[in-house]
Each structure stands twice: as C-alpha cells, then as structure tokens.
Design a binder for this molecule. Sequence first.
Ligand code: CP
Length: 331
Amino acid sequence: MRHLLSTGDLDRDAAVLILDTAAQMAATQSREIKKLPTLRGRTVVNLFFEDSTRTRISFETAAKRLSADVINFSAKGSSVSKGESLKDTALTLQAMGADAVVIRHQASGAPHVLARSGWVDGAVVNAGDGTHQHPTQALLDAYTIRRHLVGGAGASDPAGRDLDGLHVAIVGDVLHSRVARSNVQLLTTLGARVTLVAPPTLVPVGVQQWPCDVSYHLDPVLADGAPDAVMMLRVQRERMGAGTSAGGFFPTPLEYTRNYGLDQRRLDLLPDHAVVMHPGPMNRGLEISADAADSPRAVIVEQVANGVAVRMAVLYLLLAGETHEERTGIA
Ligand code: CP
C-alpha cells in the first residue's frame, strides 16, 4: 500500500488486513508500556487545512505510539494565510523529511493531487477531503461494528464472514458527508447491506449508482429494516450557506429533528443488539438527542478509541519495512 486515499481503493483482503492489524495494535495498547519501536526514525506530518479534533489527535497519538516523530501543521496561523499554495506548503514539509503526510483539506481531491504530484516522496493518507472521502473514519467504523457484532474483540471472524449479513443504516446529511461515501464503499466491500436515510434535499445526485438502498423515511427503516447499526451523520451547516450545494438549510432544524433525529422513541424501535454510532462532532439536539448519544447502545466514544488502533495499523502498513506492498497486495 503506497497511499491511503479512498476506501474505494481497498478490496476485501486489503480492508481485512488493516482491520486485523488494528486488532493486533489494540492488543498492545492494553499493556503498561504502550509504545512500540516500529516507526523509530520515521517522520509523520499532520497537514490540516480544515479543523479537526478527533482525527488529528488520533493520528498524532497513533504515530507517537509507533515511535515516529510527528510534525503538526495547521493552516490557521501558518503561511497559508499569506497565500502560500498547497504545492509550496508540501515542498516545504518534504524538505524537512516527511515519510508520511496525513492531509485534511476542504477541497475534494486534494490528497489525490498531493499523492500524484511528486511534491512529497512519502505516503499520503487522506484524513478527510471536502465532501469526498474519509477512509480512516470508515475503517474505524467497520472495526467498531466488527468488535460489537462479529465478535473476536475486533479480530477476524474465524468463519471469514466479516460484516456479511449485517445491516447498517446511515442517517442524515448524506449530501455533504465524506463519512457516508467512505462507509458505503467499505461496509459493502466487507459484506454489509447499507441503507442511506436522508431528506430528499440532502441526498447526492447519482446516489442510485451507489451500492446501497436509499430511503427518505427513518421510522420504517428502524422498525422494519432491523438495522444492526445506526450511524447518525452530522448536519454540516457550515457547508449549507446561501449559494452552496444545499441552497440553504432545508428542511428546517425543527423538521429535521422531527423526521430524522435519533431520540429515545426511535431507539426503542431498534433490535436489542443494535448499536448507535456517530463520527463526531455531534450536534446534540439536532441529529441526535442527548438520550440517544449517551445511551448504553451508543459506541461513539469507543469509535474514537478504536481510531487510534486503526490509524496505527494504517501507518504501520504504509511505513514499516520494505515489503509492505507485497504484504498488502495493494499497488
Ligand atoms: N470524525 C471526525 O473526522 O472528527 P474531527 O473532525 O474532529 O476530526
């Protein structure tokens, strides 16, 4: 594996390898000394042009647990505010010797540009680009579903079924969600059935070509679809100003919560074993009530913890040794 840009680049074997490696990484994290020497001497640059709490801290923690040196770059407070381009920023960081660049950018496709440009020599990891992809979020979501619904504490299902037969409902602002796009690809690759639930105004054009079902009504999906996991999406109001793709926030927040918000009444429609997920940050009271976010079914905080193991696995597979391409089978 040279880069991790999209879950669309992962076939089932590659995805399972990352999840299995994450399970091994998680096992090391219960030890008294959590740090592994694996990436000693390697440098990981976190290049964040867009705000982040979970992803940035999680990548930093993962790299440090593998003994890599970490450089954190945030566009705010940098020379980007003076007009410096992505190219010149990347060349500057390359001059400091980056073995891997973890990039979050508001422009869809920016990580792909970086990977193909030759501006950096190292591996490029997409930490979220515009409304396009967030592959490590989908991987940590799949890992969390595996831990709860497949068994084996995150390890491979001994029968090799992985997520086969599971039903995952992804609910909310699909239009702006890189998490939804990445998860539809990854979860279906791993065998799950996915249903997207959203108001018609928050469904992307071309969704009929995605490998999933689409519904405009939440209650029937929860009551009759028997989802094993319900993944609530953040309403991305910052991408909904006048003149943006949603043409303003429609439906109104009140209508949205009434028709698509997860609350106690809707939790009670779910099968007993079903888990509630959210990539964060949450709009409590809009797409998810406090009852639902804090319920025993919610695995939202655990998703964050699992993100460290998954990102350790990704950095390890990209950076450790010379034969990672042979090991992963990914060009
Ligand atoms: N889930 C996620 O990407 O959160 P952050 O924006 O805080 O990184």
